[in-house]
Ligand binder design. Structure first.
Ligand SMILES: C[C@](O)(CO)[C@H](O)COP(=O)(O)OP(=O)(O)OC[C@H]1O[C@@H](n2ccc(N)nc2=O)[C@H](O)[C@@H]1O
Ligand SMILES: Nc1ncnc2c1ncn2[C@@H]1O[C@H](COP(=O)(O)OP(=O)(O)OP(=O)(O)O)[C@@H](O)[C@H]1O
Length: 268
């Protein structure tokens, strides 16, 4: 069985407080984008996991796809499988790539072996693998609260807009990015700003990670500014970085200065 675990972007990211468990409460809108990995899971005589494409740091035994299989194996008698992941979505990028792989592994195993898990049950498993992971079960635009794993519906539809994502070959660890954050309570909930037209977002739909990461990595701010010079209706960093995205009315020409970076262009 074949799946295409996709990236997400954050439309705004307010980090509101540090929690007693060490994690942070946040407000964000997660929005799926079409930059994908490829994940194949087929029944096999013995369990195996292999990957190709972008190198994934860490031992293959700890890959999130393997951890998804092991999590379900605790509760179900799963037959052995051969899993292959072709990695295309950059890592340490704020795009939730690893979380998407894990969620798609859960979804594919559920289907392949007719486990009959509901969306709610799949989300419960996904939460154990990462804060971003539960989003990829339903994989539709959603307003996120708490650790990024509690959802409310929101009326944000960017269908028809063009998007450019630039990963400037700079991996940022999520844990490290959170460690340098000073949480703040916003004047108004992010949801209120997102309900206004996208043309107004530039002034108040903010990613709080930009405040600590832009001074440290000036290239990130340069890309964002370049997107606005190119006519973006909205531009921002995604998640804990380092990917910067720009949303456009029409597909833009990519300046030469970006050709050495990992660039993805598509439609929302
Ligand atoms: C930055 C975001 O991508 C926003 O969408 C997510 O909050 C990150 O989610 P994620 O990559 O799934 O993160 P996890 O694998 O759950 O956690 C990695 C580390 O990030 C920190 N972390 C993560 C999520 C959160 N709400 N608060 C945190 O403080 C913790 O130090 C944690 O040990
Ligand atoms: N399938 C996978 N894809 C990517 N990283 C994985 C995967 N499985 C395990 N990992 C581990 O997770 C780490 C990346 O996590 P991290 O959360 O920083 O990046 P991300 O997947 O780009 O997501 P985000 O930055 O949005 O949180 C890697 O260094 C790697 O050790």
């Amino acid at each position: 069985m074949l799946g295409f675990p996709n990236a997400k972007i954050n439309l705004g990211l307010f980090i509101t407080e540090k929690r007693p468990d060490g994690f942070h409460n946040l407000q964000s809108c997660f929005y799926p984008v079409g930059w994908t990995d490829v994940l194949e899971i087929i029944p096999a005589p013995a369990f195996s996991f292999t990957s190709s494409g972008l190198p994934i740091p860490g031992d293959a035994h700890t890959n999130l796809c393997v951890r998804a299989y092991q999590l379900l194996e605790r509760d179900f008698k799963l037959p052995p499988v051969q899993m292959h992941l072709h990695k295309l979505v950059p890592i340490g990028a704020g795009l939730g790539g690893g979380s998407a792989d894990a969620a798609f592994a859960l979804r594919l195993l559920n289907e392949q072996f007719s486990l009959a898990l509901t969306t709610y049950q799949l989300e419960e498993y996904a939460r154990q693998l990462g804060s971003d992971c539960a989003f990829f079960v339903e994989n539709k635009p959603v307003y996120c609260l708490e650790k990024g794993d509690a959802f409310e519906s929101i009326n944000v539809d960017l269908t028809g807009y063009h998007i450019v994502l630039i990963y400037p070959n700079l991996a940022i660890s999520t844990a490290e990015a959170y460690a340098n954050i000073r949480p703040r309570q916003p004047e108004k909930p992010l949801r209120d700003y997102l309900q206004n037209p996208i043309e107004t977002w530039r002034t108040n739909v903010h990613n709080d990670f930009e405040d600590s990461l832009f001074p440290k990595y000036p290239i990130l701010q340069e890309i964002k500014q370049q997107f606005y010079r190119m006519g973006a209706v909205y531009a921002s960093m995604s998640g804990s970085g380092s990917t910067i995205y720009g949303i456009f009315d029409a597909p833009p020409a990519i300046p030469n200065q970006f050709t050495s970076y990992n660039v993805w262009l598509g439609k929302l």
